[in-house]
Structures are given as C-alpha cells and as structure tokens.
Design a protein around this ligand. Sequence first.
Ligand code: XMP
Length: 536
Amino acid sequence: MSAASHNAPSDSYTGPRILILDFGSQYTQVIARRVRECQVYSQIVSWKTSAKEIKSQPVKGIILSGGPASVYAKNAPHVDPAIFKLGVPVLGICYGMQLMGHHLGGKVEHSTEREYGAGKFVARAGCPLFKSLPRTLDVWNSHGDKITKLPPGFRSAGHTENSPSAAIEHPEKHFYGLQFHPEVAHTPRGREILENFVTRICRCPQEWTMGSFIENACEEIRRQVGNEKVVLGLSGGVDSSVAAALIHRAIGDQLTCIFVNNGLLRSREAQVVQRVFGDHFHVKLKYVDASERFLSKLKGVTDPERKRKIIGSEFVRVFETATRELKAEEKKSGGRGSQYRFLAQGTLYPDVIESVSISGNPAALIKSHHNVGGLPERMKFELVEPLRQLFKDEVRQVGLQLDLPREIVHRQPFPGPGLAVRILGEITPERLRILRDADSIVVAEMKASDWYYRVWQSFAVLLPVRSVGVMGDERTYEYTIAIRIVESMDGMTADWVRLPYDLLARISGRIINEVKGVNRVCYDVSSKPPSTIEWE
Ligand code: XMP
C-alpha cells in the first residue's frame, strides 16, 4: 500500500502541499517538520507513489529524500520518471539528487572521497535556493556517490572542496538538487534553503497554522461522526489529552472519555485528569477505578513481560465493560444504546508513516507494544484519529491553543503499564507507595529547578534490593531508589542527563529523609542503547 492511499481516509487538510518521497533516509521526518515550520503542509509518501497519484492532489512541489541506497544498486528504489513531467518543482536531497541526475540523463558515480560530516559550501550567486543567504554556508554531508556528469539543461548551483556540483539547478524546469542535508541542525541555514524552495520556487502559500488545523479538524470530525457518539480512552498523556480537547471542541457532549485508574498511576495523576477534563473543560468523563482488579491480577508476578501482558489484557476488559455500561446508560435515558460507533485515538503522524519506510524501520516494531492494541478489532469500532497528520510539537501547539494547561501539554511520556515497569520484581501496595513518594520528589525538584521541561523523562525506579544504612544511632536495612533522567529526541535513543550535583544531592537527600523505606539513592548513568529508558 502506498503512503498516499494509507493517509487518504482521514486527511482533513485538503490544501496545497509539498510531497516528500521517502527513500528511507533517517532524516525524512525532519524534512517534513522543517517544511511545516515554514507554515506549509508537507506529507511523506512512499517512493513508489506514482505520478498519477501525485497529480490527483494539490501538490505544489516534490522533495526526493535521501536514502541509504546507491542509484545503480540492484534493488535501489527508483522514482516514477513521469514525475519530472508534471510541471511541478522538484528538490532532490542527497540520494534524491543522484536519482534526479540518473533519470534525467546525467552520470552518477561512486566517489573515492566519501564526504561525511561538516563542510563548507559556496553557493552560485543568483540561485533562488540560496536567496538572502551568505554565499558560504556550513553544511552537513553524508554521501559516497556523486553526480559526475550533469544532465542536459542543468548547471552547478554551488560547490564544496570535493564537489564542483554540490548543488545543481535546472532553472526553467525548477529542478534543484543538494548533495548535503539542509534539514539537519548541522546545516544551520538549511531551514532557509528549504523555505526558499517551498515559498519562492514552489510558491506555496504559508497557510498551514495550528489555528487553521483546528478549524479544519473540527469540521472533519463533525462530518465523520454526524450525530453518533464517540468514546476515547484518556490516559492523561499529551496525545490522548489533545485528541480529547479537540474532539470535545468539535462535538461537545457526543464525546465521552473513559479514564481507567489501573492502580499504577503516579501520585495525583487521576486527580489532575479529573480536574482538567471534568471540572475545567466539562468533558463527559467516566472514571473507572480498577486498581484493585489490576493489583490482584499482578500479585506475585515478577516477570516484566507477564506484567505487561496482564495489564494490557485487563485494560481491554475494563474498557469493554465501561463502554457496555455507557451504552446501557444511554438506553436507559431513552437513546438507542448503540450510538457509540466511534473510538477516538491520539495516533500521530510518525505512527502512520513509519510503516511505509523502505528501510524496515525497527522503530515501528518497538512501538507496537506501546499502543492500546487490539481494542478496535475486538470491539468493532470505527476510528476517529484527528491528530494523524501532526508531529508531536504540532500536537503540543494545538493543545496550547485549545487551552490545555502546560502541565499536560508539556508532560513527559509515561508508559501505559505505568509504575509496574518501574517497580522491579513484585508489585505490592507498599512498594507502590514508596515509588510514588520518591517519584513525586523527583518531579517536584525537577520542576522547581526548571529542569523538568528540558529533559525527555525524569523519574524514580524502585529496586527490589535492600542494603544496610545508618539513621541516627540505628542500623537500617531498606530499599534502593534509582533515578533515571534522560534526554532524547524520540525515545528511540537516549542519553543520561548530566544533572548538576547539587540538584542530585537535593533529590537524594529528600528521598532518603522523607520516603519511609528507602535508605539509598543511585543515579542511572546508562544510555540507550544498550540500556532502555524504562528498567523493565
Ligand atoms: P524504552 O524503555 O523502550 O522506552 O527505552 C522508550 C519510550 O517508550 C516509553 N515506554 C512505553 N510507553 N507503553 C507506553 O505507552 C509501554 O509499555 C512503554 N514502555 C516504554 C518509555 O517511557 C520511553 O519514553
């Protein structure tokens, strides 16, 4: 299935766009984000997308991404050559530029001087890609092949030390190629190059804003749902919270959120969700306290995978019961009892596009267990996924525009199985109490020192080991808390944060003094890979 058809059903935005053909570069999503930062809608589609499919959409320009292949390799992904006849501007980046050269009659060869890393690029004066930029630019290279003979009609648009044609252009046809990566942070003026392409060359109107997104999305939700009712599993995380606020804006009381307390939440979590959604937004909220049910199923269980499985399947059961109850309540109050046809989910754009990458991105696999899988199939819901066009930072902007508090919009990720994967070994009420108390201190100190919003995650983990300590005159024999604080772009890789010692000292001191049952605190100094962020 091509990404274009994959995306089609819930694309509420029908305006002009830049299409990015994905050849498997690790940076494809970054290109899409950079384009959107220019307030132009960008859509990632598979490299297999045909010129005919492209023609059926309001495409103002095409970007061919980079990719790991060589154009002359046996199984190299190729572009439908008809796209060069659509009359639409094309920008090829790295592999994308080589493809363009290859298909339009140039010559691509393996280069003996592989260019990797930072370099200097000198632009040809007058090339519209580099308008308003200095002639010499710092750029980031990562390629082994290069174009050695330009296709007819092309000329060099700039050079580096090793490449006389590090950028190329065909001014009449509006075809451009860049051997370096304008999308990455190591090309500091790269965003402006992409902006020149989308606004000056493609003449794309800059009308993709979160305000216009909200309006469109609300209309689309109303159109999809009609008079029916929607149920949404609210976890308190950013995605489901923003989805709830958006759908509520669109259809008000036709939405009911179900919040399941599985007994594995952090301190005050259930209250915050009830306060924000129930009291502030007046969203219909069904609060299900299933703590005892979860904890009794988890009694005696120590294996991490079994914990996850139990929590996952219990969640489905609790959710099913809750929706049955909703239907019954509706019937009682004179309705049909069959109106909850729709299930809303906070699926984001990266969840949708990962599945079309040619490189068989393992990220998609790792994530599958994180979603509340299985619900739609078992329960025969139709899905409402109003965020499936957005990146996380866009979701946050939507959340802020919908008046969600920062506490929710900028909240750190929290795993579905909750504290269960942060208590190593058996989960008991006492261990939960200890971890909650320790975790609250970590969060409070991180917020007070302004570090909380600067890191990806910061939390406490309870280790099932006891060690000897001394308090006053007494010997103690108590639990150990590990502190895990990491920075990351997307959770796929992570590094431990070099937190100031005095902050670490404060956290440790407070935990040992205030949390009964703990006499030792350690700081986790492992990065991912090879460690994971969560301990289980
Ligand atoms: P790991 O531990 O795999 O975590 O390095 C990567 C990111 O995913 C989060 N995580 C989960 N999220 N359900 C979720 O919704 C889960 O089962 C789960 N396990 C890990 C983790 O907090 C980190 O942000």
